[in-house]
Design a protein around this ligand. Sequence first.
Ligand SMILES: Nc1nc2c(ncn2[C@@H]2O[C@H](COP(=O)(O)OP(=O)(O)OP(=O)(O)O)[C@@H](O)[C@H]2O)c(=O)[nH]1
Ligand SMILES: [Mg+2]
Length: 367
Amino acid sequence: MGINDLKLNDRIAELEAELKKTKYNKRTQNSVGLLKAKIARMRDEKHKKASTKLAVDTFAVRKTGDATAVLIGFPSAGKSTLLNVLSSAKSQVAAYAFTTLNVIPGILQYKKTRIQVLDVPGLIEGASRGKGRGREVIAAASSADLIILLVDAIHPEQLNVMRAELYNARIRMNVRKPEIKIVKKSTGGISLAGTFTRMDRDTAIALLRELKISNADVIMRQDLSAEEMIDAVEGNRKYVPGIIVVNKADLLDESAKERIKVIVNPDIFISAEKAEGIDEMKELIFQRLELVRVYCKEVGKPADMSEPIVLKKGATLKIVCEKLHRGFVKRFRFARIWGKSVKFAGQKVLKLEHEVADEDVVEVHVS
Ligand SMILES: Nc1nc2c(ncn2[C@@H]2O[C@H](COP(=O)(O)OP(=O)(O)OP(=O)(O)O)[C@@H](O)[C@H]2O)c(=O)[nH]1
Ligand SMILES: [Mg+2]
């Protein structure tokens, strides 16, 4: 670490301390927003430096299957135990921390889809700064289709630490990408349009200046908070869906469970060791991935219901054609579709942009 990095770290720490001291209210909202913008900009500067210095630290694991989910949790939260019950993988389990030191992939087969589940080393406080194998764990989380936050029932306080580490690593879990349009100019200052109930207009303008935008037409398509505006301007955030799972529920009595509901508000309680709640969890993973299974049929034959083409939400007929055969997009004439994406069974669809729905049966007609 060079002298400049140290200075940058000191400066970030100073600003963070200042931010902690400042109570958030109407009077301070301006300065709080600005502090956050400053911190965000410095973190980004640091990140840019770091990523030019080191090659990206990632686990060498090939993505396979229809989607990838990553298990994020403190050491000993039960990630490996869980992977082993979700898939046929055999990840080592032990009562001491940092049992898993690498990425262990498994495949969860569910409702005719294949979901890759990654077991990674434990995440600890400081992971976003590279502590433990933080950089690699975070890289795995950034590129996943779903983050599964696994909280040890005995340590509900872990959740907020994990949330903060992911946030600092520019991962936005279960957050819609904020939308903003910025057209930079050479002069004329900032013209700003939008609705401002979550921060005031002056704060927004000050934030933009802090983020080095001084001449631009800016249109806020949504009513953004200061933080969301920083995210929208900086741009390099990852928006990933996530679920929160409390493990080791076998150790909780009813009153402890109620307490945890209040602190953690999990999507589900499970016991990986006793294999309890696992079916519900598989369904939850499947639902949150929003996979679209399309069954193909040939003209005059029944559909092949054994093996769907599995696509992401928003997939179109064009993508179905591409998956079927290289030449199908060019030769496409129309399709007949049975299922939720059409009004009646066997409807003729002429547009390749037609969005297919889960469990559609598709018959492609080509020239
Ligand atoms: N009571 C109880 N213990 C569990 C449960 N799941 C895991 N454990 C225990 O917790 C300890 C840690 O489990 P692991 O699966 O190795 O945890 P990990 O999250 O993979 O840990 P690291 O690889 O070190 O990050 C082991 O002793 C497990 O037997 C559970 O549902 N209930
Ligand atoms: Mg492990």
